[in-house]
Design a protein around this ligand. Structure first.
Ligand code: FPP
Length: 246
């Protein structure tokens, strides 16, 4: 019965969901633990969320794991995050493949330590032929940097164009070349923090007070129910969207 109810609520399931996973540090500090333990617990929430999103039939899930600004954090925390990413990518590889999830890391990965770059290549190769949900892990990613690299590619690859390219061509040059339908931010803050700036143009925004390590299937369902309740007008009137004459 519950499943039937959910199915009805998700007659409009977002194709592309993106999540700003915020609140690991506060989760740990509230328990008198070091911030790194919050990140470790956050990795478990990643596994839960990825599996549930795939089970529900989400097309693309993009997770903000490390922003291009996160290098400013204390060095010990940055190093612990790098090690956690290596361990998690390696330990999740089989699980991702068995769930048919094609996994990519998007962002400027050249700046990462060799071990992490190896782990990224391994998971990308291991899941390259998976045909289910697509998982993007945004690491050393920034929305402005993504736009800038697309501009550079445009100048290099399309310099001979007589007319300015259209939006679809520009979008295709982004590291995440798909619009986002639903953006979820956990941890109570209400901002985009330089995530998917171009792609979020018509995204619905869902802000959850839940700290990321506590995020689970119920929270994802709450966000999806919110999405299903929205009327997406893309600049039109409500009557136009519903196919009524005004
Ligand atoms: C933001 O919370 C979280 C991060 C910068 C790191 C996200 C990392 C994970 C969820 C771990 C594993 C992820 C993958 C994809 C392997 P914060 O530290 O800013 O929290 P705060 O606002 O409470 O300080």
């Amino acid at each position: 019965m519950k499943d039937q109810h959910l199915k009805a609520a998700y007659s409009v399931l977002p194709h592309h969901v993106a999540i700003i996973m915020d609140g690991n540090g506060r989760w740990a500090q509230a328990r008198g633990l070091g911030r790194v333990l919050g990140h470790r617990q956050g990795a478990l929430a990643v596994r839960r969320t990825v599996e549930e999103a795939a089970r529900l039939g989400i097309g693309i899930l993009t997770l903000f794991a490390f922003s291009s600004e996160n290098w400013k954090r204390p060095q010990a925390e940055v190093q612990a995050l790098m090690s956690l990413f290596v361990r998690t990518l390696r330990s999740e590889q089989d699980n991702l493949r068995s769930h048919d999830i094609r996994t990519r890391v998007v962002g400027d990965v050249a700046k990462f330590p060799d071990k992490l770059r190896e782990a990224i290549t391994e998971v990308e190769d291991a899941t390259a032929s998976c045909g289910g949900m697509r998982l993007n892990i945004a690491a050393n990613y920034g929305g402005r940097a993504d736009i800038m690299q697309a501009v550079c590619r445009l100048m290099a690859e399309h310099s001979a164009l007589a007319a300015p390219p259209d939006e679809a061509v520009f979008t295709s040059l982004l590291q995440v070349p798909e619009d986002v339908d639903l953006i979820i931010r956990t941890g109570g803050e209400r901002r985009l923090s330089n995530f998917l700036l171009w792609q979020a143009a018509y995204g619905e925004l869902f802000f959850s007070p839940t700290l990321w390590p506590d995020f689970g299937a119920d929270d994802l369902h709450e966000a999806l129910q919110f999405f299903a309740s929205r009327e997406r007008r893309f600049g039109m009137t409500s009557a136009q969207v519903r196919g009524h004459r005004e």
